[in-house]
Write a protein that binds this ligand. Structure first.
Ligand SMILES: [Zn+2]
Ligand SMILES: [Zn+2]
Length: 376
């Protein structure tokens, strides 16, 4: 059996002689309070159903009379607790029928009322340095904007509004339907006046009644340090205005970072190649290495091989969503001279014969090892 049910008037917090307007006001207030989108508390959904049920009964003159006379028994017949609510199968239905309560905001599917404006995407190309250090950019965004003259309403200022004839100014359409469990009233938002109850008689001269105009908006966007390719910055409400006063969409700035000639990026780390001559690698040297902060001294020890990697701590890119910075990695790349002066040639030849005498020529060592392993 169903639990003891609360009195419908108590649920809505209205007097027993409350009129339609008072009922509607009370329901809107309660529905907003318990709307599952805004109230995450566990009991909210149940309260919302309770409130909806109470309103559905009291808002129907016939059901209200039965309820006043017989209490819950009068309206909860053979169909059980929710038997009479043929039109109230799910939340989606409830939102559909009372769509105007929550305005045109995003939410339940099939919602009527002013349409939300479109989201916009802006592809912004920035330099490597701008991505690393952050910057501020001025964007020109062509978009639909809310009309200033009519404040997005679409009506010429101070012009008269006519009562909507389709809904008689109530903003909703009521259709009495018969179901297995009895009669119920299906309430929908009036499509002619979009639930406003009023119709524009003189459209705004500026926007021709659309409530929005096409314009180019200049916006400043802050790019935080450490952003990377394909990341996007969301500017809430900077998309297009919706028609007839609908809330605006968002603007998404999608970043395209130009590659740098020297610095290669890997997340917050930077990689760079350091070309070295044979003598420098063999004897060791102190070099100036470019970093994003300027040059940094790096000591290359004697006998450094090609491919050797050195790390410069905290010389990388600021981490976008946490503290600190990445590192910079410097990879040694030995350069073989492609042309030699006669003096250089002399020296290299001398060096070569010296290496041979010492028996530490790489070629000889390498080939003899191969021979050994093959047993020849
Ligand atoms: Zn206008
Ligand atoms: Zn209407």
């Amino acid at each position: 059996m169903a639990q003891t049910k609360r009195d419908y008037y108590d649920i809505l917090g209205v007097q027993r002689d409350a009129d339609d307007a008072a009922l509607k006001r009370a329901f809107r207030k309660m529905a907003r309070q318990y709307h599952p989108d805004v109230n995450p508390e566990p009991g909210a959904e149940a309260s919302f159903k309770e409130v909806s049920e109470a309103y559905e009964v009291l808002n129907d003159p016939q059901k209200r009379q039965l309820y006043d006379q017989y209490g819950h028994a009068g309206v909860n017949g053979a169909g059980g607790e929710y038997g009479n609510f043929g039109g109230f199968g799910s939340f989606a239905d409830i939102f559909e029928q009372f769509g105007s309560i929550f305005g045109g905001a995003a939410g339940a599917p099939g919602r009527r009322g002013p349409q939300r404006g479109a989201d916009l995407r802006y592809d912004l190309t920035i330099t490597f340095e701008e991505a690393v250090f952050g910057s501020e950019k001025e964007l020109s965004i062509p978009r639909w904007e809310s009309c200033v003259r009519c404040e997005g309403k679409g009506a010429e200022p101070n012009s008269e509004l006519k009562r909507c004839t389709q809904c008689n100014g109530t903003g909703e359409l009521r259709k009495v339907q018969q179901s297995f469990f009895g009669q119920f009233v299906n309430v929908t938002v009036c499509n002619r006046c979009r639930g406003e109850g009023q119709i524009i008689s003189t459209p705004c001269k500026e926007c021709k009644g659309e409530g929005r105009v096409h314009a180019t908006k200049v916006l400043n966007v802050k790019i935080p340090p450490g952003v990377d390719n394909d990341q996007q910055i969301r500017l809430t409400g900077e998309g297009e205005s919706g028609p007839h006063g609908g809330i605006p969409g968002n603007l998404y700035v999608v970043l395209n970072v130009k590659p740098h000639a020297q610095f290669k990026r890997d997340g917050a780390d930077i990689h760079i190649e350091l070309p070295l001559s044979f003598p420098s690698a063999a004897l060791g040297i102190q070099v100036d290495v470019p970093t994003i902060d300027g040059t940094e001294k790096l000591t290359i020890p004697a006998g450094t091989q090609t491919g050797k990697m050195f790390r410069l701590r905290d010389k990388g890119i600021p981490r976008l969503r946490s503290m600190g910075r990445g590192d910079q990695y410097v990879t040694v790349k030995l350069r073989t001279p492609s042309t030699l002066s006669s003096r250089e040639r002399e020296l290299y030849e001398e060096l070569s014969s010296l290496s041979a005498q010492h028996g530490d020529g790489h070629e000889r060592g390498f080939f003899s090892k191969v021979k050994d392993s093959l047993g020849i």
